[in-house]
Design a protein around this ligand. Sequence first.
Ligand code: SF4
Length: 346
Amino acid sequence: MTDIKSMDLEELKTFVKELGEAEFRAKQLFEWLHKSLIDSFDECSNLSKAFREKLKEVASLTGMEAIEVFESKIDDTKKYLFALEDGNIIESVRMKYEHGNSVCISSQVGCRMGCKFCASTLDGLVRNLSVSEMLDQVYKIQKLLGERVSNIVVMGSGEPMDNYDNIVKFVKIISSDMGLNISQRNITVSTCGIVPKIRELADEGLSITLALSLHAPNDEIRKTIMPVANKYALKDVISACDYYFKKTGRRVSYEYSLVAGINDNIKEAMNLVKLVNGRNIHINLIPVNPIKERDFKQSDKLKIKEFKDFLEKKGVNATVRREMGRDIDGACGQLRRRFIQSERNS
Ligand code: SF4
């Protein structure tokens, strides 16, 4: 079966022509898939019955299902576990803000980057997600909520730059005015710092926000918590982010998870100020979510405040990320892991 939801309009045109249909049908089909978010080809009322029947024979539509939804009693965060067609499980999160619904999606099943504070990587990379599997996380959540999703963060399981082509296509389709028309300015893609891909993304002509998972003010500390730091030196990562800002005009967000005793002292804050050196960036401080398989502890509240105050005093733009859905397993990858383990034990 052909995965037509992963096709851009040009590919869809070729596809419908091969089925003997006029090219303009591709636009209609694209809108059914990406704006009307259909569950069945029978819903495509402006396509002929014969064409709909043909589509049922050759094209797939809904490849994943929400198998569990966890709701936070604290802040209305919802976490979704989706079963993919091949039996793999992924998780996505809906966060409710004043400005609307923000959905955090996964880009891979598992991850091969090995960051020490992350549950998603404990079993390595299983596979990349297809474009349609990334789109469907947003589509399914929007349909289940019955509310519009206005913001997307690609910060769930997986390193987006390790699934680069699919991410770029995902962004183009979801921001299309023939689809959900989510502004690219409301889409954030994170990376642990894959230098060539940051530069490539800067040249794509998109206006999405790039979030760099920095987590340390120097290579020495970074190497102890992020194996990717052995491959790309921080100076090259920062220079790629500078290039991204230069090309897109979009301020890069530096994500910094605070881990007790590892990177949360004033000495590290001082080094961080030196590292960013007056750049127009934003630092997002994240109280790390403890995961039971690793021995990392969250910095205490006072330490977090001191760290943030120091940055601000030195003129660095910083916020502490609000912890969302803490009562329903905070860190990305934790829910999926717990679910798989309970399945294995049952
Ligand atoms: S933090 Fe992101 S890049 Fe690092 S292991 Fe986890 S999912 Fe992968």
